[in-house]
Design a protein around this ligand. Structure first.
Ligand code: ZN
Length: 342
């Protein structure tokens, strides 16, 4: 699937013409510590890792959750003088899984790398990813959710999109745009992150293109989504309306078709379901979407929300979200995503 690019990178590395490729694919150059960045060597997805973005020294860095704490990848690469991707976007888009895994193994066994581990409760999280080429979302993908919104159960996946400006982080805030909307609602969702080029991929091969999974919230302004003639993009693609995190758990560790999925507002459970209830499964979604758009490493897919959203309640019981509300979303094995409305 990604053989074209892998071959290209191999060739580019072999003939030393990485300069052109470096700018586009490898992030080029060296880290602040002078360690080489991952620019050549084997390419592929990371396996067996739980990844996050940490904010340190005014920049976003790739982090790896381990039994010794969170590994600051940039710090470890500098100490061990090993190549490594600088950010989660770099890891995904450059397919630098093997380099990262080698670094993690080396850091876990080297005494000198001890200072590269930080306690997770001291971590300030950044957005899990910040520059996917595409954020594709699937609507009405749980039967009871379609019913609660009085929508027909779709025969084909309903697709819409968000922009990168919507990407948001664990422990972050969503600023409610009260000048343009009033009916704010939550939507916990399983998020798929693509790890290999996929165009018209079969359902059988679809999951081999997935780098990993994360917890997300397709935050929505209902009065924009269904008012004004029904404009899903405007109701869903607003700045900060796509929190994802805290982790990207690599695909080898997760069966995406049987995960408990929940959303709580100020501690009260509002949504509780299982991804086994998805109308279109993860493999069906990846395959279907790839018939229209080439899915590329780093791309993000929101897979739809289960029943229990505010818009699905009887009108007299609808109390829209407001500043000060605390939202907690969880997908089994992927961690709890928390954010506050301001
Ligand atoms: Zn949604």
């Amino acid at each position: 699937m990604a053989t074209d690019r892998r071959d290209f990178l191999k060739t580019a590395g072999a003939v030393g013409s990485i300069a052109a490729a470096g700018a586009a694919f490898a992030g080029g150059g060296s880290t602040a510590h002078g360690a080489p960045t991952a620019r050549s060597g084997p390419k592929g997805m990371a396996r067996g890792l739980t990844l996050l973005t940490l904010k340190k020294g005014g920049e976003f860095r790739l982090g790896v959750k381990t039994e010794h704490g969170v590994l600051d990848v940039k710090e470890a690469a500098g100490i061990l003088r090993l190549p490594a991707p600088a950010t989660l976007d770099d890891l995904l888009q450059n397919e630098d899984g093997p380099a990262l895994q080698a670094l993690v193994e080396a850091a876990l066994s080297a005494k000198s790398a001890k200072t590269a581990f930080v306690k997770e409760d001291a971590v300030e999280y950044g957005p899990l990813v910040s520059r996917p080429e595409k954020i594709v979302c699937v609507g009405l993908n749980y039967r009871k959710h379609a019913e609660e919104t009085h929508s027909p159960v779709p025969q084909w996946p309903v697709l819409f999109n968000k922009f990168n400006g919507a990407l948001n982080r664990h422990n972050g805030t969503v600023k409610l745009p009260t000048d343009v909307a009033t009916q704010f609602d939550y939507e916990v969702e399983l998020v798929i992150v693509i790890g290999a080029h996929a165009r018209s991929v079969s359902e059988a091969d679809a999951l081999s293109c997935v780098a990993g999974y994360a917890t997300g919230n397709d935050f929505t302004a209902r009065d924009l989504q269904s008012g004004r003639g029904g404009q899903w993009m405007v109701g869903k693609a607003i700045d900060q309306f796509a929190p994802i995190g805290p982790y990207l758990v690599t695909a080898d560790q997760v069966d995406p078709d049987r995960l408990q999925i929940e959303c709580r507002v100020n501690g009260e459970t509002r949504q509780s379901s299982n991804t086994s209830d998805l109308i279109f499964s993860t493999r069906q979604m990846v395959s279907y979407i790839s018939r229209f758009f080439a899915l590329k490493p780093g791309d993000v897919i929101f897979t739809g929300t289960p029943a229990g959203v505010i818009v699905g309640m009887p009108k007299e019981k609808q109390v829209w979200l407001k500043a000060g509300d605390k939202i907690a979303c969880s997908v089994e094995k992927l961690g709890e995503l928390r954010f506050e409305l301001v």
